[in-house]
Design a protein around this ligand. Structure first.
Ligand SMILES: [Mg+2]
Length: 167
C-alpha cells in the first residue's frame, strides 16, 4: 500500500507549497503532463500550472516533464519554460523515472514526482524511491486506457480519502 500512497495531495498545482520540497530536501521535480499541467492532449499549460512551474524554478528547483504521451507537446512546453522533458516514458517503469533523474542531475532521494494518476505517477515515483505528490486531474477527457485504469484507481482513492491522505 505504501507504494500507492502519495506523500502529499493537492487540488491543483498552485496548492503545492514549494516550501514542502525544500523541507524534503528535494531539488528536482518531475511533473506529469496530461491532466496535471495541461488538459488531456493539449499543449496549453493552464495559467495555474504555469505560475506554479515558475515558482518552483524561482526556488532553484529543477523541473523535468515526464509523460507517457508520444506527442511533441512535451518538447514545446519544455522549451517554453526552459526545462527538460521525456515523452513516451512508459511510466510507472523505473527506467522512465531513472531517465528523468539523469536529466535533472539529482538522486531519487532529492526528487519528487507530481502527477494525477496513482498507477503511473505515484507508483512509479515510489518504486524509484522518490516522494510523490498526487494532484486532482484537470479534466475527465483522457485515453481509453487511462479511463480503464481510473476504474481500478477508484477504490484506492476511496481508501486514501477515508484514511485522510487525500481530500
Ligand atoms: Mg496525467
Amino acid at each position: 500500500m505504501a507504494l500507492l500512497t502519495p506523500d502529499a495531495f493537492a487540488q491543483r498545482l498552485s496548492d503545492i507549497d514549494v516550501g514542502m520540497f525544500e523541507r524534503w530536501d528535494v531539488s528536482g521535480v518531475i511533473v506529469d503532463l496530461d491532466n496535471t499541467l495541461v488538459p488531456w492532449n493539449s499543449r496549453e499549460v493552464t495559467s495555474d500550472g504555469g505560475a506554479w512551474i515558475r515558482s518552483v524554478q524561482r526556488a532553484g528547483i529543477k523541473v523535468c516533464l515526464l509523460t507517457n504521451n508520444y506527442s511533441s507537446a512535451a518538447r514545446t512546453i519544455a522549451d517554453e519554460f526552459g526545462v527538460s522533458a521525456i515523452a513516451g516514458a512508459l511510466k510507472p517503469s523505473p527506467w522512465a523515472f531513472g531517465g528523468a533523474l539523469r536529466a535533472l542531475g539529482v538522486s531519487a532521494k532529492q526528487a519528487a514526482v507530481v502527477g494525477d494518476q496513482i498507477f503511473t505517477d505515484v507508483l512509479g515515483g515510489k518504486l524509484a524511491g522518490m516522494r510523490a505528490v498526487l494532484v486532482r486531474p484537470l479534466g475527465t477527457a483522457e485515453f481509453p486506457t487511462t479511463k480503464f485504469i481510473r476504474l481500478l484507481e477508484r477504490p484506492l482513492l476511496e481508501r486514501l480519502r477515508r484514511s485522510g491522505h487525500i481530500t
